[in-house]
Design a protein around this ligand. Structure first.
Ligand SMILES: CC(C)(COP(=O)(O)OP(=O)(O)OC[C@H]1O[C@@H](n2cnc3c(N)ncnc32)[C@H](O)[C@@H]1OP(=O)(O)O)[C@@H](O)C(=O)NCCC(=O)NCCS
Length: 208
């Protein structure tokens, strides 16, 4: 439980429709073919149920996170896209003995932000990574604050400013706050003008 009312638990099949609806609220500018739909969520539960979490108040889903296991050389980060990584949303790219717990997304309904839901998700994901013997968590955090600076900075300049803590990004800087560190820029990761189509590759290793 988080406070008196918010429950964080593993995802169930009956959550799928609400998780799809939440995607449209949380990622309003994301390309349609990168939105996760109810049938994708059902598939995730077949493939890797232990990596799927929701936040809810009673029957209402107010947050969710999707993960899979993946091999990735953080010393030599190679380019990949969101769609490639998640096999168009189906998660068939999940590697059962993959060394990293790869975060596909974290979605928190705007009315419930700032209440610790994302921090709780990332903490639980780290516990899952530990239990499974992974090296830790890895993800590409969307540079969601870029839109405000797009008239002024290239995405490379914006990324550098976030990395040097001259700009606070509402996603990547929050992820740093909860324990991730930035290892690189991933351009053309997905199709969303909000983040200039780019993200920061971030890791939270175990045993640091
Ligand atoms: C990024 C996001 C997941 C954060 O969720 P959240 O539940 O509001 O985050 P939390 O409440 O757990 O906050 C974690 C920490 O970051 C801080 N924080 C969160 N949002 C912040 C913001 N916009 N500005 C400054 N600090 C912020 C919190 O105060 C908290 O710090 P603390 O624990 O030291 O007090 C949420 O804003 C969201 O869904 N954004 C859109 C989708 C997205 O970007 N997803 C992640 C990439 S896929």
């Amino acid at each position: 439980m988080l406070g008196d009312d918010i429950c964080i638990r593993h995802t169930k099949p009956e959550d799928a429709a609400q998780l799809e609806a939440l995607q449209y609220i949380v990622f309003p500018n994301l390309a349609e073919d990168e939105i996760l739909h109810a049938e994708h969520y059902l598939k995730h539960l077949e493939i890797f149920p232990e990596g799927q979490l929701v936040a809810c108040i009673g029957d209402r889903i107010i947050g969710g996170t999707t993960t899979m296991r993946y091999n990735y050389d953080i010393e030599h980060p190679h380019h990949h896209t969101f769609s490639e990584t998640v096999a168009g949303g189906w998660l068939t790219t999940h590697v059962p003995d993959g060394e990293w717990l790869y975060g596909i997304d974290v979605s928190v309904h705007p009315d419930f932000r700032g209440r610790g839901i994302a921090r709780a998700f990332y903490n639980l994901r780290q516990q899952i990574a530990q239990r499974l013997g992974c090296k830790g968590q890895l993800t590409v955090g969307m540079l969601n604050g870029y839109e405000r600076y797009a008239h002024q900075y290239t995405i490379q300049q914006y990324y550098q400013a976030v990395k040097e803590h001259r700009i606070f990004d509402p996603t990547v800087s929050v992820q740093e706050k909860v324990g991730f560190f930035i290892i690189g820029l991933m351009e053309n990761y997905l199709s969303d003008p909000t983040c200039g189509n780019a993200g920061a590759i971030i890791v939270m290793p175990l045993n640091r």
